[in-house]
Design a binder for this molecule. Structure first.
Ligand code: FEO
Length: 392
């Protein structure tokens, strides 16, 4: 499907040639209520360089934008920052149009991953500090392993002071305006936090290493792989990454639960109010009503987490199991947690939730809260008292 999409100029002979995915609502399990974009960049110098491609479904949009500036066959260099197919999906198509173009990727992981996916192409492996000259401009490669795949790298152009950061500093956000200062800052920062929480949370140490490697660079623009390009709030997003990668948590609580006949919900309300009595803001999430990606974003920076499930067929509710499985994979740090729930007879779910919270790395601060059938006023009073007297 051809279209008349045009490149958007973001600097002197530097263009955004990516694609906007307005309709995407799920990115490998991460609910993306605002869509996304796959950002690719074209630099026209004595040599012409393309940084990243797009999901294969968006190759026509990518090609139309490139073609609005140059014939794709004129591309000399393709920089593949990351093997994941939202960035490399159209690599083979671009390479077939520009068969002499060299494709730069990291060694060995980028090389291995791209070869596995696309076969033998004109790859050139790079390592930390390697540079290529485009004429007036230079591109310097900085591998950022496990941020968030082994092959990941960013590219810096010192003459323009632009960092092409791929997934780092990105957001799953579809927008027709490319820069941070053209969009609502609160929305962008929330989406950047959601992106970090759902994709980068397990890699705090690697993020800190990458931030150190970028520390000496004078950056006037961060051209991300998703969402907006940072040019006005660079300090702000760098500071967010410093805070997030350090696992900084706030005096906040998240109460997340599923319920069958409202008993576990009553416990959840009591817990939420007890935290509030301690002046600890608490967010109440019925797990069926809110996407996991949103809940995880709040859990990420909240010190306290209470997870509740009734017992169904001797198990916790599948919704709660999915949440805990997702949480465990994201390896949260610095969280204090407890399990709660009501039951009809066996009541196995509450211990299962507690075990999963421990397995996710949470410190258990209150023994399992178990209530048969409907909680009594005295039980709710007792629960409130227990939370008020916790030594936090
Ligand atoms: Fe945006 Fe890890 O791909």
């Amino acid at each position: 499907m051809m279209n008349n999409c045009k490149a958007i100029q973001i600097g002197e002979k530097i263009f955004w040639t990516g694609a906007v995915d307005w309709s995407m609502r799920n990115f490998h399990g991460y609910e993306t209520s605002r869509g996304s974009s796959y950002n690719a960049y074209l630099i026209v110098d004595e040599k012409i360089a393309l940084i990243d491609t797009a999901k294969i479904e968006f190759k026509d949009e990518l090609l139309a934008r490139i073609s609005s500036v140059v014939e794709p066959s004129k591309i000399d260099f393709i920089i593949s920052s990351h093997v994941e197919p939202d960035h490399s999906g159209a690599l083979k198509e671009i390479a077939s149009l520009a068969p002499d173009a060299q494709i730069f990727t990291t060694n060995p992981n980028g090389l291995k991953g791209l070869t596995n996916r696309y076969g033998k192409l004109n790859f050139k492996a790079v390592k930390a500090g390697d540079e290529i000259s485009l004429g007036k401009r230079t591109l310097k490669f900085i591998p950022t392993p496990m941020l968030h795949w082994p092959d990941s790298m960013v590219t810096f152009c010192p003459e323009e002071k632009i960092l092409f950061s791929n997934d780092a500093f990105g957001q799953h956000l579809a927008t027709s305006l490319r820069f941070d200062d053209e969009n609502n800052l609160e929305t962008i920062l929330r989406e950047a936090k959601k992106y970090y929480a759902n994709i980068l949370m397990p890699f705090g140490k690697q993020a800190q290493t990458a931030l150190k490697a970028l520390g000496d660079l004078e950056i006037k623009m961060i051209a991300t792989g998703h969402g907006i390009i940072w040019r006005t709030n660079i300090e702000k997003i760098l500071n967010c990454y410093k805070k997030w990668s350090a696992g900084t948590v706030e005096e906040r609580a998240v109460v997340v639960f599923d319920t069958m006949w409202h008993s576990t919900e009553i416990l959840a309300r009591t817990i939420t109010e007890a935290f509030a009595k301690r002046k600890i803001p608490a967010t109440f999430y019925d797990i069926k009503k809110t996407p996991l990606a949103e809940i995880i974003t709040d859990v990420f920076t909240s010190k306290y987490l209470a997870v509740g499930s009734p017992t169904l067929n001797n198990q916790m509710m599948p919704t709660v199991a999915a949440f805990l499985c997702y949480l465990k994979g994201l390896r949260p740090v610095n969280h204090k947690a407890f399990a709660f729930g009501s039951y009809g007879w066996g009541g196995q779910s509450i211990a299962q939730v507690e075990d999963e919270l421990k397995a996710a790395g949470c410190e258990i601060i209150l023994d399992k809260v178990r209530v048969a059938n409907l909680p009594t006023a005295a039980q709710l009073e007792d629960l409130t008292e227990k939370i008020l007297s916790l030594d936090l």
